[in-house]
Design a protein around this ligand. Structure first.
Ligand SMILES: Nc1ncnc2c1ncn2[C@@H]1O[C@H](COP(=O)(O)OP(=O)(O)O)[C@@H](O)[C@H]1O
Ligand SMILES: [Mg+2]
Length: 316
């Protein structure tokens, strides 16, 4: 049974169609990333799954119950986007407060507060007021709040937004740790590089519609393109490789070999070896998620004429 399942989920806010026929499923133990530009509908989807806002059409299930079932509230953790916890709380008193709201017994709270804050690297600051925390520390205390009651599934809405690279790396490590404990993580992000490093599967949301979905490996693989490198003392026989039917283009110190459908890279390897050239590098070429995203979004908006310099800009 999937932990999260939506079927043709549609959401209208008045005349705004925030989600259109979204069908997704997330399995137990996965880190699933929902990607999209601001306004794509990511937060709306999380709010529907959590029962905060109602769907217009289609269906959504969480932990095998229709969304909005309050009985599963204690099995779900949530780090909202742009959250602001009361600054008079300390890290420790915040967890105590939220834990009590979810009926975590006092003795369990006392034990888990230092443990959880240690996991997010805030144990040393647990008795300082949140008002004194940096942005990265606030995100980490938010993560601690989302995982404190030991939920099965954790929703993180833009967890690394506004966090510096070191802080981001720490947040990724916490997510990996949660995954290793069998938790399911649903992550919203417009930071594609991040997502590539952490997610098992992703869906790209564009104006409320899922336009691509799959594992990061599947989505970033460029079929029929290899990168080949030979030992530095050799000269790459470019013309000869072209003669046996492959396209060749330099790519830094490497050579990009293009195959036709059904063609194998093996004849290129045989040719290089027959010339006594040492092969030092041979991989299928991958694009980044950002390349894929820009490509897919442009294909989805064929009428939009983007200047080349804009199309390559990182998303924000
Ligand atoms: N409460 C609301 N009332 C009206 N429109 C909303 C509301 N919440 C979101 N929207 C609209 O729905 C669309 C999706 O928003 P959102 O889910 O916040 O996107 P994202 O999280 O991907 O940035 C946007 O056009 C946004 O303006
Ligand atoms: Mg959002």
């Amino acid at each position: 049974m999937p932990v999260i399942q939506t079927d043709n989920l549609t959401k209208h806010y008045g005349s705004i169609e925030a989600l259109r026929e979204v069908s997704l499923s997330v399995q137990r133990g996965e880190i699933f990333g929902l990607l999209g530009q601001n306004g794509a509908g990511k937060t709306t989807l999380i709010k529907i799954l959590l029962g905060i806002t109602k769907l217009t059409d289609g269906s959504a299930r969480l932990l095998d119950r229709p969304v909005g079932t309050s009985a599963i509230r204690s099995r779900v953790g949530y780090l909202p986007e742009d959250h602001r916890f009361p600054e008079y709380h300390t890290g420790a008193s915040l967890l105590d407060f939220y834990g009590a709201l979810l009926d975590v017994p006092r003795s369990v709270r006392r034990k888990r507060i230092p443990e959880t804050l240690e996991m997010v690297g805030l144990k040393g600051r647990m008795n300082y007021k949140i008002g004194t925390y940096s942005k990265g520390m606030k995100q980490r205390v938010g993560l601690a709040q989302a995982m404190f009651h030991d939920p099965d599934v954790i929703f993180l809405d833009e967890p690394t937004d506004g966090v510096d690279p070191v802080g981001r790396r720490e947040i990724r490590a916490i997510m990996q740790h949660l995954k290793s404990e069998g938790k399911t993580i649903f992550l919203n992000s417009h930071l594609l590089g991040e997502v590539e490093l952490i997610c098992d599967r992703v869906a790209i949301l564009q104006r409320g519609e899922v336009i691509r979905e799959g594992t990061v490996a599947e989505l970033t693989l460029q079929h029929n393109q290899y990168l080949v490198g030979i030992a530095p003392e050799g000269r790459f026989p470019r013309e000869d490789v072209q003669k046996i039917g492959f396209s060749v283009a330099p790519q830094g110190d490497l050579w990009e070999i293009g195959l036709r459908e059904g063609q194998s890279i093996d004849p290129v390897v045989d040719l290089l070896r027959s010339r006594g050239l040492g092969i030092r590098h041979l991989i299928e070429k991958r694009q980044t998620l950002e390349d894929l995203f820009v490509e897919t979004v442009e294909a989805a908006e064929p009428g939009v004429d983007r200047p080349a310099h804009r199309a390559r800009r990182p998303l924000s």
